[in-house]
Design a protein around this ligand. Structure first.
Ligand SMILES: *Cc1c(COP(=O)(O)O)cnc(C)c1O
Length: 395
């Protein structure tokens, strides 16, 4: 379905990109098929020569259910096109690999999700790509690192887990000044509050495992960008290397998009309510939520988005030992390593998601023994705050 220009994101999340079969079904159809048939040999030849709008060849290249999801997500994020992938990391690595070659120079913020850092430092570097890591919160560090030969800039708009905020418009301006492309890992900003397109990022990459699924079931990812980039190097790389999303995942994601706005708005409100309730608590050294006044970069966060997403952090006084007794005393929050689930989750990054990071890098990034990442779910905010207060009292 063609999207009207003045539709709000909430409407786009329900209707954009809908394709109906000859049966006129209301709910999006699940085309669980690998291949497609051709009425004649000539028709097959013609389709391999040039693919029409509604034509498909093989599900590794494209599938009607997956295409609906790609069109809807791209439309919501403010981009012309999208390619859906098996996971967030298939999307991140696909975007980076598709746009890199030996001898290139990539600048990235240092505060990254562990697997993103691995792809840059261990994989791209192995193929002769030079990587420069910078403190993403320091505008002058970006200016110093981006050089005429820089080809790509990579960053997380809000970093996981330390919630560093990057001045995205500033970085895009610097990168475009030398002809480099900007890839934004946009997970923490959430698809509802995403500002990657507004700030001029060339590609926005999303782990749809997080807010889009939102109920802890499916792995998925998506790369959004211009038609030239998506149907050019991105599609070419992904369709030949096999990272395309499964139609069943795309179908569950399409249904999940219908409630995305409600869920993300509510979960963001709850995260802010927890930050307000716990700020200044005597057992906590810090409470961080991007748009809350206790976050050192809250002014920048507020200038970029209406709210800071569904994740916040607490710094428990007394290091790992005190922190573990707090975590073990929680009843409602689940100890896990994912986030953006309907169920509220707590994570201890230093011993789980970032366990393997050398101590000096943990220190540099602020991933301390007392740091807790907290993902606000869909439960009642007062029940969650009670659970946190009770567990803090138990330390
Ligand atoms: C989760 C996450 C990813 C990876 O997504 P998967 O779907 O788990 O592959 C990448 N970047 C960030 C910032 C994430 O939070």
């Amino acid at each position: 379905m063609a999207t009207k220009k003045n539709w709000n994101k909430r409407t786009r999340a329900v209707h954009a990109g809908t394709r109906r079969s000859a049966y006129g079904e209301v709910s999006e159809a699940l085309f669980l098929t690998q291949g497609f048939v051709y009425p004649t040999a000539e028709a097959a030849e013609a389709r391999f020569e040039a693919l029409g709008e509604d034509e498909f060849i093989y599900a590794r290249y494209g599938n009607p259910t997956v295409r609906m999801f790609e069109d809807r997500m791209a439309d919501m994020l403010g981009y012309a096109d999208g390619f859906a992938c098996t996971s967030g990391m298939a999307a991140v690595s696909g975007a980076l690999m598709a746009l890199s070659k030996a001898g290139d120079h990539v600048v990235s913020s240092r505060a990254l999700f562990g697997s993103c850092l691995y792809v840059l430092e261990e994989i791209l570097a192995r193929f002769g790509v030079e990587i420069t890591l910078v403190d993403g919160t320091d505008n002058s560090a970006w200016a110093a690192a981006i050089r005429p030969e820089t080809t790509l800039v990579f960053l997380e708009s809000i970093s996981n887990p330390t919630l560093e905020i990057i001045d995205l418009a500033h970085v895009c301006k610097l990168a475009h000044g030398v002809g480099a492309k900007v890839i934004v890992d946009d997970v923490m900003a959430t698809p509802i509050y995403s500002y990657a397109a507004d700030c001029g990022a060339d590609l926005a990459v999303v782990s749809t495992t997080k807010h889009v699924d939102g109920q802890g079931r499916m792995l998925g990812g998506l790369i959004a960008g211009s038609k030239e980039l998506i149907r050019g190097p991105i599609e070419a790389y992904l369709k030949h290397t096999g990272g395309a999303m499964n139609p069943f995942t795309a179908w569950t994601h399409l249904k999940a998009l219908e409630t995305l706005d409600l869920r993300v708005r509510q979960q963001s409100r709850t995260a802010m309510a927890i930050a307000e309730a716990l700020d200044g608590h005597p057992k906590l050294a810090a409470v961080r939520y991007p748009t809350h006044s206790a976050h050192p970069q809250h002014a920048l966060a507020r200038s970029q988005a209406e709210t800071g997403g569904t994740v916040m952090t607490l710094e428990v006084k007394g290091g790992k030992e005190a922190c573990f007794s707090f975590l073990n005393a929680l009843e409602l929050f689940t100890i896990s390593n994912n986030f953006a689930d309907a169920k509220s989750i707590v994570t201890h990054p230093a011993t789980t998601t970032h366990q393997r990071l050398p101590q000096d890098q943990k220190d540099l990034l602020g991933i301390s023994g007392g740091l807790v990442r907290l993902s606000a779910g869909l439960e009642d905010a007062d029940d969650l705050i009670d659970d946190l207060r009770t567990a803090l009292a138990a330390i």
